[in-house]
Every structure is written in C-alpha cells, then in structure tokens.
Design a protein. Structure first.
Length: 373
C-alpha cells in the first residue's frame, strides 16, 4: 500500500485561539479600602460594558472595555482516524478500516491570530477571531491482511508528512467572575478553519476553564496573574478531501512498494487457501472457521483492489488525484494548562500559557492593548 493512500487521511485544523485573562474584580479587604472608595467615587466614562457605571459604584474595578490582541500558538497533538475510505481519479472509494492500521498520526500547527474583543457586560467578554496558521499532519500506517486462521501480517507500510496553510475565523464568549483578585473564566469559542486540501472548512469548538489569582504591585495598575485550567478541543469528525497524487507519493519508490504489496497479498492468499484446504470437511463446516475464511478472503480482495487502483493511478502520477473520506478526533479531548499574564498598565499586557498532559502540548504567547469604548 502506498503512502498516497494515507497522506490524504488527515488534516487536523487546529484553531489558534486564546483569550485574555482578566475580569471585573470586586475590591475587598481593609488594606484595599482606599482603592475601593476611589473606584466608587469615580464617574464611569464609557458606554461599555452595560451596567459598568452601576458595578463601579459597588466597588468593582473594570478593565478597559475594548481591546485587540496579537497571539502566537504552537501546538502538537495525536489524532485518532476512523472510517477511512480512499479512491483515485474520482473513481469508487474503498473502505479501508479493516486492513489499515495506524501506528502514528500527529498534527502540528503554528501561527498567529488577531483577536478584537469588548466587554458586553461586566461579567461577559465577547470577541472575534482571525487566525493564519501553518499546519502539518504526519502519518505512519501499514496494510495488514490475513495469512492463516487467526494471524494477520503487514504487507505494506508507509509514512508521510503533509504541510498546508490554514485560515480560521470565528467568535467566542467568556463569562468571568472575580473577587479580591481571585477569578474564574469559562472561555468558549466557535471556529471554522479553511484548509486548502479539504472540500469545506472544518468546525471546531474549544472550551477553556481557567481559575487564577491576580497579585497587585505597589505601582498603580501594574499586576501579575497566574492561573491553572483546562483546554478541551472538539473537532468536526467528518472530513472529505481531494489532493493531486504527485503531492503525496515518492515517485521513485512508488512502483517498488506496489510490486511488494501485490507479491505479499498473493502469498497471503496462498497461505489462507492452504490453511482452509488443510481442514477436514467437518472443520470447514464449522461456523467459526467459515467466518475466518470469509473474513480473510474479503480482506485480501479489498487489499488487492486498493493496491490495483493505486497502481493504475501511479501509471500517470502527474495527472492523477486522490479522494478520501474519514472521521477524525483528538486522541485526548482535554489537557491541563498553566499560565501567567503581566499587566504593565491598564492599556498593555503580555501573557504566556503552556498546555501539557495527555497527547497534546501547546505554547501560547500574546500581547494585548486595551482602551475605553
């Protein structure tokens, strides 16, 4: 089986999304009484957030109501692939779950996003997302067929890496609550990512609960926040795509791999037939043996068909295309995150966040500017 069958497999559209770590903060405590009194005494000068004037009179310190952030993210995650079908030159597609086994499927993404936001209410931030990323999918898999009553063997293997560019657009909401410097933020965003190799944009939903504490410095408006939380990624499972065969095959090795796969499939058919013929008439009538023989023949037939189709397409690599359908999902929906944000003043802040545990790792850095609206 040639790696062209699988390069198409998977493009994981990772959304490059981050949210600011801030909230309306109820100033409490005797040592902060002077600050609380000054907040209550001020006239709130901005339109947003709604009820901004009312909550400041109750001693809540608000961030500036609008902002724009520039963020960079680098992410790597393992992916699970199911329900794979592959075809060539817009011909019939072959279902391959029975005979294809993956030993590696890794998605990587790095890029930047621009994130304008406003505080609609003191407890609710809403934002838009525009992201540009470079993504790659690295796959290792094998073609497996039966070679006896219970055993299967690998008759072909391939590894491949595909690189793509992706553009994401979307929106998000972040309900927050803060008291005495402690805060909670439940970030949710909805993103559609367009990748050149896919027939339509991929939808993803990200949920990121974070719980943190903000520590004030002596200098007014300057503080640092630290937090812990989670990152949950849900991707739209169904993916359809179409790629030129020349982008996913090593032309020099193509014919050799096809010839080896055909030879191994033929040898496996001989071994399966030898096992079947070695059975007595009574043993051949046993339902368990009949099921094994039918499964083996079905798998060998399917392997022969897909290898034959790949061979025919490979005869004119430059003009051939590969079509694929698959279901994909992250290996782990959740990973743990820790982060920090330094606020130089109420206008400028920088942040860093690291995600780990499970099969996903990510690094996020960002710069944000805020202003009143």
């Amino acid at each position: 089986m040639k790696k062209s069958v699988l390069l198409l497999l998977l493009v994981s559209a990772q959304s490059l999304i981050v949210t600011a770590q801030m909230s309306a903060d109820k100033v409490v405590g005797k040592k902060n009484k002077e600050l609380a009194d000054s907040i209550k005494a001020q006239d709130y000068p901005y339109i947003l957030p709604i009820w901004g004037a009312k909550v400041t009179k109750k001693g809540f310190e608000l961030p500036y109501s609008a902002g724009i952030g520039l963020n960079y993210l680098d992410q790597q995650s393992d992916i699970i692939i199911d329900n794979l079908s592959v075809g060539f030159n817009n011909g019939p597609k072959y279902e391959l779950d029975e005979i294809i086994r993956f030993n590696k499927a890794i998605s990587r993404a790095s890029g930047v996003n621009v994130r304008p936001d406003v505080w609609l209410f003191p407890f609710l931030n809403v934002y838009a997302i525009l992201a540009k990323a470079k993504t790659s999918t690295e796959i290792g898999a094998g073609l497996w067929v039966p070679n006896g009553s219970d055993s299967w063997k690998e008759v072909g293997s391939f590894t491949t890496k595909a690189n793509f560019e992706a553009t994401s657009v979307g929106f998000g909401v972040t309900p927050t609550m803060g008291v005495g410097g402690g805060w909670a933020a439940l970030d949710m965003n909805f993103v559609w990512t367009d990748v050149s190799a896919l027939d339509k944009p991929v939808y993803s939903f990200i949920f990121g609960p974070r719980f943190g504490k903000t520590f004030r410095f002596k200098k007014p408006q300057r503080n640092v926040a630290i937090w812990v939380g989670g990152f949950r990624l849900m991707l739209e499972s169904k993916t359809n795509g179409n790629l030129p065969l020349s982008e996913v095959v090593d032309t020099e090795q193509f014919n050799l791999k096809i010839d080896n796969a055909n030879a191994n499939i033929n040898q496996s058919q001989i071994e399966v037939d030898a096992w079947w013929n070695s059975l007595t008439a009574i043993e051949q009538k046993q339902p368990s043996n009949q099921a094994k023989y039918e499964t083996a023949n079905r798998a060998l037939t399917k392997a022969g068909e897909i290898v034959g189709a790949a061979d025919a397409a490979g005869a004119r690599v430059e003009s051939s295309t590969v079509q694929y359908t698959l279901d994909k999902r992250p290996k782990d929906m959740w990973n743990f995150v820790v982060g920090t944000q330094f606020q130089y003043n109420k206008h400028w802040m920088i942040r860093f966040e690291y995600g780990f545990l499970g099969s996903r790792q990510q690094i996020i850095t960002g710069l944000q500017y805020r202003f009143g609206l």
